[in-house]
Design a protein around this ligand. Structure first.
Ligand SMILES: Cc1cc2nc3c(=O)[nH]c(=O)nc-3n(C[C@H](O)[C@H](O)[C@H](O)COP(=O)(O)O)c2cc1C
Length: 365
């Protein structure tokens, strides 16, 4: 018995030692010099900074066709679409808009001004926008550490409402497209209830769950291999639960009842600790407006850390047709809502952890 028990403990310890012990995150990736000889060092850095933009399920739906030095076509990568939750590629275009905003800020910090020509006539066109960077007399550059440190935060929000000076700073010159609803207001409470409802609908919609399962990188090995999608670190699953997910979960777990229920419980918990909701609207739903709205969201997102405000996009209301319809009828907003961002102050702002593909993986020369 004692020998068998000892062997079991030894086996268990060895098993633990060999297991996937730690959340793999951005800091674990050493950026190697890209072996693409065509790219100039500044081009590499500008495109890397652009790629730090947020995207739904972290699919990173952009591509870059290299025409000449500092002359590219930014593309929409069909293999990275999310047809179950984003059938019209609305979110894809918003994410590419955020990428373009980062690109413009990053280019400016290296002394370039960005000229662009829209090519896309629909959200499905592969060629989205042609970009040319031109050397420019230096002006006050954007602080690129804001791009490097931006991240989605999902937990430990304080419930204290956002202060007026912070809201004014976030809305800046575009108050007509950015709306704040405090969590305690009737409209804020409505968004909270509908977010939970939409999460429940989505968790029990098999196509949406199946799609989600394709973008979860359960193990560190897969996270490192693909450098995209959702990891235990980016989903903020820490400690023993993180260890269990990394070592024992796979795609099939996402379709199980307890996984779906836990997603709804998580949404309830998250919603219960919000200070308020930030809604971002667009004039219409044309490719140009969606790109601009992605940029508008990114400009706000990049300001948030400096004010200790956590931002968490929760887009399920817009992804489920019944809740989307209720939202449009109930809020009576004159313009379509494109982003629903949960917001709140945090005591400690965590470092960014989500992964990005190396530049050479999305540039085609
Ligand atoms: C259009 C869009 C929709 C998103 N929807 C959600 C969402 O519904 N729930 C969520 O937790 N995060 C959502 N996100 C955040 C992404 O998951 C996040 O940006 C991505 O994982 C990369 O992480 P990072 O923002 O920390 O770099 C969304 C982001 C974008 C741009």
């Amino acid at each position: 018995m004692t020998i068998a028990g000892g062997a079991l403990i030894a086996g268990g310890t060895a098993g633990y030692l060999w297991s996937d012990k730690r959340n793999f995150s951005r800091a674990d990736i050493k950026r190697a010099k890209d072996d693409n000889p065509t790219l100039q060092p500044n081009e590499e850095e500008i495109l890397f900074l652009a790629s730090l933009a947020p995207s739904g399920h972290n699919t990173q739906p952009w591509s870059v066709q290299y025409l000449d030095p500092y002359h590219w076509i930014i593309g929409n990568d069909k293999t990275r679409w999310l047809p179950a939750v984003d059938p019209t590629q609305r979110e894809t275009m918003l994410s590419i808009g955020a990428f373009l905003q980062n690109l413009e800020y990053a280019a400016g910090s290296f002394g370039y001004v960005c000229h662009s020509d829209l090519l896309a006539k629909t959200n499905q066109d592969e060629r989205v926008i042609e970009v040319r960077l031109q050397k420019h007399a230096p002006k006050t550059p954007f602080d690129i550490t804001k791009i490097k440190n931006r991240r989605t935060v999902r937990s430990h929000f304080l419930s204290e409402p956002l202060r007026n000076d912070d809201l004014k700073y976030f809305m800046d010159s575009e108050p007509e497209s950015i709306h704040y609803l405090s969590a305690a207001s009737p409209q804020g409470r409505f968004i909270s209830e509908q977010t939970i409802q939409a999460n429940r609908l989505q968790s029990y919609r098999d196509a949406a769950q199946q799609e989600l399962s394709e973008w979860i990188r359960f193990s560190s090995k897969n996270a490192e291999k693909y450098r995209d999608g959702l990891t235990t670190a980016s989903m903020e699953i820490e400690g023993i639960p993180g260890w269990v997910v990394r070592n024992f979960y796979g795609k099939s777990a996402v379709m199980k009842r307890d996984f779906r229920e836990r997603a709804v419980d998580n949404a309830k918990q998250e919603v219960s600790e919000s200070a308020g909701w930030i809604l971002i609207t667009s004039r219409d739903e044309s490719p140009q407006e969606l790109l601009e709205t992605g940029g508008r969201m990114q400009r706000l997102f990049l300001k948030a850390r400096g004010r200790s405000v956590a931002i968490h996009p929760m887009t399920q209301i817009l992804e489920e047709s019944s809740t989307k319809e209720t939202l449009t009828q109930s809020l009576g907003m004159p313009e379509p809502v494109q982003f629903i961002l949960r917001s709140g102050y945090v005591k400690r702002y965590p470092p960014p952890v989500s992964l990005r593909r190396p530049v050479g993986w999305f540039v085609r020369t």
